[in-house]
Design a protein around this ligand. Structure first.
Ligand code: BT5
Length: 331
């Protein structure tokens, strides 16, 4: 972590003043260097009180996503330990794929305050208003085959749900990648891979979560289908703290996935699934299928029991596509 990050971490963890001397000794830098970093943090909007005989005290932090503001709260071993934070970018997924090609390590995270070309699946757009939500991409290098990569969307879905639930909201997941609160989409996940013959060179898991935007940040077409934590709970989220917690949950779920496979994460996913027992239609691939969702397979495939007139009760595995629920999934 940078000296600035370490200063911020020390100040955030202190319940009283920390003297410049104590900080300097702890970090192995001069008192003048501590002072310089504190001044630059203040210019960024951190409220740091300095009292001559006592030292520094952190009184308030700006709602800015910075490597320091997130890094000082991280509990992970490797996820987010390398972080690239951009004020504006096209798409954090594109950035992370690019970093993957240049050899950046597993766990590297790209975060942006705003995306000008945020991407959903199948060429769709992800609305990414500035400074209010979270747009981040994780660069991963798991030893898996390309066909297993979509399971990481589900792993990330569980991590997002666990983080959102800590805000006191009930979360459901709509296969494969919609995180739903109050019947509306709160977050989406886009997993992309860079493959080498039959192995994965890297996987990028992109997560977009609506935190503090209100509906005016969205185009009209999304007003009935999108929501945010602010809209659902009336509380403003500390985005850096939320991001740090999300990365913590992700690392725990991901490590479980690496150790024991998707089947170990599946129960957490299944208990939030809005589709189980519902009549659904899956489109987007070459064919369209309808049936009753009976759950997901141990590898994350959606299981549909074909029924109704002409149906034969067979269970079909669906690997990709968009799901429409007959009658909607809000009730
Ligand atoms: C997704 O696609 O849900 C994946 C979204 C992934 C976004 C993240 S942000 C960080 C990273 N960098 C990127 O460029 N992308 C990832 P899909 O299932 O195709 O859903 C897209 C659809 O969701 C759109 O067609 C809209 O209907 C709706 N939508 C767009 N923006 C939204 C938003 N902010 N909140 C809720 N719904 C939205």
């Amino acid at each position: 972590m940078s000296t600035r990050g370490s200063i911020l971490q020390a100040l955030s963890g202190a319940d009283s003043y920390l003297s410049g001397q104590a900080l300097a000794e702890k970090l192995g830098v001069s008192r003048a260097a501590v002072w310089k970093h504190v001044e630059s943090l203040k210019r960024e909007g951190y409220l740091i009180e300095g009292v001559r005989s006592r030292g520094y005290r952190l009184v308030g932090a700006p709602d800015l996503l910075t490597a320091e503001s997130i890094g000082s709260l991280l509990t992970t071993e490797r996820v987010g330990r390398e972080m690239v934070v951009r004020v504006v970018t096209g798409s954090t997924n594109s950035d992370a794929l690019e970093l993957g090609r240049t050899g950046k390590p597993e766990g590297t995270v790209v975060i942006a305050e705003e995306q000008t070309a945020g991407r959903g699946r199948l060429g769709r757009t992800w609305e990414s208003a500035r400074g209010v939500n979270l747009y981040l991409s994780l660069l991963l290098r798991p030893d898996i085959v390309p066909a297993e990569a979509p399971q990481l969307s589900l792993v990330a879905g569980v991590a997002v749900a666990l983080t959102v639930e800590e805000e006191g909201l009930d979360c459901s997941i709509k296969w494969p990648n919609d995180i739903v609160v109050g019947g509306k989409k709160l977050a989406g996940i886009l997993t992309e891979i860079e493959a080498e013959t039959d192995r994965v060179a890297c996987v990028v898991v992109g997560i977009g979560i609506n935190l503090n935007s209100n509906l005016t940040h969205f185009p009209d077409a999304l007003h009935d289908i999108a929501t945010t934590i602010l809209v659902e709970s009336g509380t403003t989220i500390d985005r850096a703290a939320f991001a740090a917690r999300l990365l913590g949950h992700f690392e725990r779920c991901y490590d479980l996935f690496l150790r024991e496979g998707f089947a170990a994460v599946a129960p957490e996913w299944e208990r939030r699934s809005v589709l189980k027992g519902r009549e659904v239609t899956v489109s987007g691939s070459r064919e369209e299928f309808s049936g009753t969702c009976v759950g997901i397979d141990t590898d994350g495939a959606l299981l549909l029991e074909e029924g109704g007139p002409g149906g034969n009760g067979q269970v079909r595995r669906v690997l990709a596509g968009d799901v429409t629920v007959t009658g909607g999934y809000s009730s």
